[in-house]
Design a protein around this ligand. Structure first.
Ligand code: ZN
Length: 381
């Protein structure tokens, strides 16, 4: 192994969770590193999948096709050419306001909800399929549709070429009506269909105790065509969308163990790969719940069980950053830059992986798309 690239999902925060957490092993790696700050996608509060693409060197403005197909593909949801795939959340709405954008349900309950909707809706070419947790894929297989439609999830808006930005409104906002993003008949037809499905679903689920609404986002009609990553890569990712990106980039995607200790063991066993990319979701999850202490604890656990082991893998470069900042105060992704550390033969005196410490680092302010180039430069020093 030459490179271990770790993405701590949503680890950036203000006030800084990385600064608050006690992370002796991460500190040790930082002290062997050059530090800096990184904008995963400048000017955007990105979703994890498009940020992952940017960090691996694939401009999301060129390659991204929407979150729906990316998430559905790794989850085993089948869709054909011309189908429109959305990522959906089971949610709770009260008096027209979203009180829970993502409900806590088991995959079993999720599967039953999808089956119920497919049965009761009984609409040709409209299919709900469970993916993970509260998430599902909605596949529209009809002629003459378009993926150029806005999200109904009030927390994320498509801004350009299917790339979306997170907004501060999540809990406490009204859902959006689906709007076409261009003047085409196909986009109008798709938006109308989405609004019809949403209205009918809310009638079917009106007395359901766990979820009574659906929020849709990330419409896409194809998978990104990514040039293969350089060398032999392995990816271990918590989220389906990120795992799909790995697969499309020609990486071997292995199942990521749940526990950080098992994950460390797994990474150590992957020494035959040139590069290993690991995405760890837990910090982001706590931020969305506005649980700052939970996030700090999650970072401390990653340090204790994962970084304590991988820091000792001999002769490799370790690069650590986040795919975006997630504000625990707002419960939403933000545009802020995130700290980055890359181990180097010539460390620059960075003390910790945190916003305060990395701001003083020699890497300065990087753009997400410069990540791989920067790693290569440091490796060749
Ligand atoms: Zn998130």
């Amino acid at each position: 192994m030459k490179l271990l690239f770790v993405i701590l999902d949503g680890a950036g925060d203000a006030p800084s969770a990385l600064e608050t957490a006690r992370t002796p092993h991460l500190d040790e790696i930082a002290q062997r590193s050059k530090g800096g700050m990184l904008f995963p996608i400048k000017g955007v509060a990105p979703e994890s999948d498009q940020a992952m693409m940017a960090l691996l060197g694939y401009s999301p403005y060129t390659y991204y096709t929407g979150r729906g197909p990316l998430e559905a593909y790794d989850a085993g949801v089948r869709f054909g050419e011309g189908d429109i795939v959305f990522r959906g959340n089971f949610s709770v709405i009260k008096n027209g306001i979203i009180t829970e954008p993502s409900v806590e349900i088991t995959e079993d309950v999720n599967a039953k909800l999808c089956a119920l909707l497919n049965e009761k809706l009984d609409m040709t070419g409209v299919k709900f399929q469970t993916t993970k947790g509260y998430r599902f894929a909605l596949v529209l297989s009809r002629r003459g549709l378009s993926s150029a439609v806005q999200n109904t999830h009030p927390g994320y808006a498509v801004i350009k070429n299917r790339v979306s930005t997170a907004l501060e409104e999540r809990t406490g906002a009204a859902p959006r009506i689906c709007e076409p993003l261009d003047g085409s008949l196909e986009a109008k037809k798709t938006a109308d269909l989405v609004n019809e499905i949403t209205a009918r679903v809310s009638t079917i689920l009106q007395d359901n105790p766990t979820a009574n609404y659906i929020l849709l986002r990330g419409a896409g009609d194809s998978l990104p065509e990514l040039p293969p990553a350089q060398g032999k890569w392995c990816m271990l990712a918590d989220s389906h969308a990120d795992a799909t990106i790995g697969k499309l980039a020609g990486m071997h995607v292995h199942k990521k163990p749940e526990s950080n200790a098992e994950l460390a063991k797994k990474v150590v066993s992957l020494y035959l790969y040139d590069s290993v990319c690991v995405q760890i979701k837990s910090p982001d999850k706590y931020s969305h719940r506005k649980d700052f202490q939970g996030k700090v604890k999650a970072l401390e656990e990653i340090d204790r069980d994962f970084f304590s082991v991988v820091k000792n893998i001999p002769g490799i470069t370790i690069a650590i950053t986040a795919d975006h900042a997630t504000s625990s105060a707002l419960g939403a992704h933000t545009k802020d830059s995130v700290p980055i550390c890359i181990t180097s033969k010539k460390p620059d005196g960075t003390r910790r992986l945190s916003e305060t410490a990395c701001r003083k680092g020699s890497l300065g302010e990087l753009d997400g798309s410069a990540m791989m180039e920067t790693i290569n430069k440091i490796e060749n020093e």
